[in-house]
Write a protein that binds this ligand. Structure first.
Ligand SMILES: Cc1ncc(COP(=O)(O)O)c(C=O)c1O
Length: 369
């Protein structure tokens, strides 16, 4: 009898743990009919700010919106440059374009797979306004040297923490290393909604209140619009799901960390590059990404063996058609390009069993032969 596939991610297993709590909260919300940014949204904002160790959390309707709001509240716009990495989900870079600023890329450090501080200073110009490191795959970027360089040049730092809820670097959580940090609650994230959602966190009261105004049509009083705004509100149903999940997030992240350790042990000896561990950093392993030769062939063999995998991401942003106008070429960011060519994301979710992990490793060993 053939075995069921090993899924890349099993959201149903997570749903089963919280369904009674979520449905009870949803019943209350439906009863109150306060769907748009109702009381559960404010409750979640308080909870998530406390979780991240920041003064404020402003929820919105996606991580992309959070990044857009972050750049708006810092008054970044046409003529400005924002430094980020090409190896990210494209939304990081969209946000820079949305405000009319120019994205400037810096390659990743190949071990950490996040913005390489050693290359940062060379990319700073008189037009640079902000640095946007991405905590890729759940691994915080090397924030101490990035912060030092930013301070020296009087630049803001915005963390793209869309993949790193709860991750720590030198004891402090993602969100505590910048003026504004942005999170995504897309369903597959470590903390995921049952639809779309996002948030920014900050310690700056003025930035938080401006973000609150911008996400609601630029108004602080109903129908009095002070500046160009958006409809970026989070709905109450999503906030209730996020509150239910937040209580379990540390346990789920710990399970992911145990899976990552196990993969690391079990994959030793195979001809793959395993993700690195760093003593001062706790990744939350949003993704467990190995690198290997003949990646597409290996991936097809795994699929045939019933192992679902992902590619994060097959084309770095500087080589995307949408960004051809920036004038970057293949070869400009060799570490990002090598990771894009060789990356393979193995199944990773809190509820994954040891038996499932064993099957992944056995199928991978076979596929690499
Ligand atoms: C690194 C990164 N930045 C930004 C985003 C955008 O978040 P969302 O999909 O919630 O708009 C994502 C999510 O996919 C992401 O992974």
């Amino acid at each position: 009898m053939s075995q069921p596939p090993v899924p890349f991610l099993d959201l149903q297993a997570q749903h089963r743990q919280i369904r009674d709590e979520v449905f009870a909260a949803w019943e209350d919300i439906c009863h109150s009919c306060r769907f748009a940014q109702g009381p559960p949204t404010q409750v979640f904002e308080r909870e998530f700010a406390a979780y991240c160790g920041t003064q404020h959390c402003v929820t919105c309707n996606s991580g992309t919106s959070a990044l857009h709001l972050a750049l708006r509240v810092l008054d970044i716009g046409p003529g400005d440059e924002v430094i980020t990495v090409p190896m990210t989900f494209i939304a990081t870079v969209w946000a820079i374009s949305y405000v009319g600023a120019r994205p400037v890329f810096v390659d990743i450090d190949p071990a950490r797979r996040t913005l390489d501080p050693a290359r940062l200073e060379a990319a700073i110009t008189p037009r640079t306004k902000a640095i946007m490191p991405v905590h890729l795959y759940g691994m915080p970027a090397d924030m101490a040297p990035i912060g030092e360089i930013a301070a020296r040049h009087n630049l803001s730092v915005i963390e793209d923490a869309a993949q790193a809820h709860g991750a720590r670097y030198r004891g402090r959580r993602a969100g505590q290393w910048s003026r504004v940090a942005c999170f995504s609650f897309y369903p597959g994230k470590n903390l995921g909604a049952y639809g779309e959602g996002g948030a920014l966190t900050t310690d700056d009261e003025a930035l938080a209140s401006r973000a609150r105004r911008l996400r609601e049509h630029g108004q602080s009083r109903r129908y009095y619009h002070e500046e160009l705004g958006y409809n970026y509100r989070m709905d109450s149903l999503q906030a209730a799901v996020l509150s239910a999940k937040l209580k379990r997030l540390d346990a789920w992240n710990a399970a992911r960390q145990a899976h990552a350790r196990r993969y690391d042990t079990w994959l030793a000896g195979l001809p793959v590059t395993r993700p690195a561990f760093f003593a001062d950093t706790e990744s939350v392993w949003h993704l467990y990404v190995i690198e290997c030769d003949r990646r597409d062939e290996v991936r097809e063999k795994l699929a045939a063996a019933g192992i679902e995998t992902g590619l994060h991401y097959p084309v770095p942003v500087h080589l995307q058609q949408a960004y051809a106008h920036l004038g970057y070429q293949a070869g400009d960011f060799p570490h990002s390009e090598a990771l894009a060519r060789r990356c393979l994301s193995l199944p990773m979710f809190a509820e994954m069993t040891e038996a499932q992990q064993q099957r992944v490793v056995a199928a991978l060993a076979e596929a690499l032969k």
